[in-house]
Design a protein around this ligand. Structure first.
Ligand SMILES: [Zn+2]
Ligand SMILES: [Zn+2]
Length: 258
């Protein structure tokens, strides 16, 4: 079941990404985007580098999850089987993603890598793929003990990625949504408005709205921030988002140059 589900997840992520790219071109929130192509090439270049890291990590993760017998009862074994257990696993996985993202902001070493994502001066759907390979490797390796603790199998992991990836692409997109639509959607999902605040140049604003698939964790843990973002307000990081820094080599060496 994992491989057909994996193909579906990949096709859905690619299809949603392409659709959002077209829609944000037609109805953008930030209008001064003259270099969309160059921006996309840089972010997708970084994503291509990350594929070399994430593919072997994913392969080993799936092999271990599919073959290892748990030595202690997992968290999800405490709930009944079937759909209830699947939902519990998806919720716990999303809670881990929230905590991991927050750790990336609160730990100086992790922030060195995660700041590459935040140094993007032009948020759009391709920013969903802009991560330093160091962050991807750490995230992939540290996820394994969490998956074992939760009791997630390969199917649940792929199912979670199938749901999460289009949502991450959506909240990074530069699509202009009516405020009422964004308000309705953010009762469940992190929205473009929420994630633009997360990419604000101001630290008190970018240390908020950490959710990946669900917005519930930010409400629950008091990290929801809903101040307005105007189309003229700068995004990125002070002194780190200049034009001369928007190169693959500069982004790859950034965590080691502080
Ligand atoms: Zn962040
Ligand atoms: Zn982001």
């Amino acid at each position: 079941m994992t491989f057909p589900l994996q193909y579906t997840a990949t096709a859905l992520a690619a299809g949603a990404g392409l659709l959002l790219w077209i829609v944000e071109g037609a109805m953008p929130f930030f209008r001064d985007r003259s270099s969309r192509g160059r921006h996309a090439v840089l972010n997708l270049g970084l994503a291509a580098t990350n594929l070399l890291i994430i593919l072997p990590i994913d392969l080993v993760t799936v092999l271990i999850l599919g073959n290892m017998k748990p030595v202690i009862p997992s968290l999800s074994s405490l709930v009944p089987g079937g759909l209830t257990r699947t939902l519990a696993i998806l919720l716990l996985l999303d809670l881990w993603m929230y905590l991991w993202h927050r750790l990336n902001h609160e730990t100086p070493l992790l922030w060195r890598f995660h700041s590459v994502h935040h140094s993007d001066p032009q948020l759009d759907v391709t920013s969903a793929w802009r991560f330093h390979p160091g962050e991807i490797a750490l995230s992939g390796v540290l996820r394994l003990p969490v998956l074992l603790l939760i009791g997630a199998g390969p199917e649940e992991l792929v199912l979670y990625n199938l749901l999460m990836t289009p949502v991450i692409e959506f909240h990074h997109s530069n699509v202009r949504l009516p405020e009422a639509t964004d308000r309705l959607l953010r009762t469940l999902l992190p929205t473009p408005l929420m994630h633009r605040i997360h990419h604000s140049i101001l630290r008190n604003e970018h240390d908020s709205n950490y959710g990946a698939l669900l917005s519930v964790w930010d409400r629950l843990f008091g990290t929801l921030h809903l101040a307005g973002v105007e189309p003229s307000k700068p995004l990125g990081l002070n002194g780190e988002s200049g034009f001369e820094r928007q190169r693959l080599g500069a982004l790859l060496s950034k965590p080691f140059s502080h």
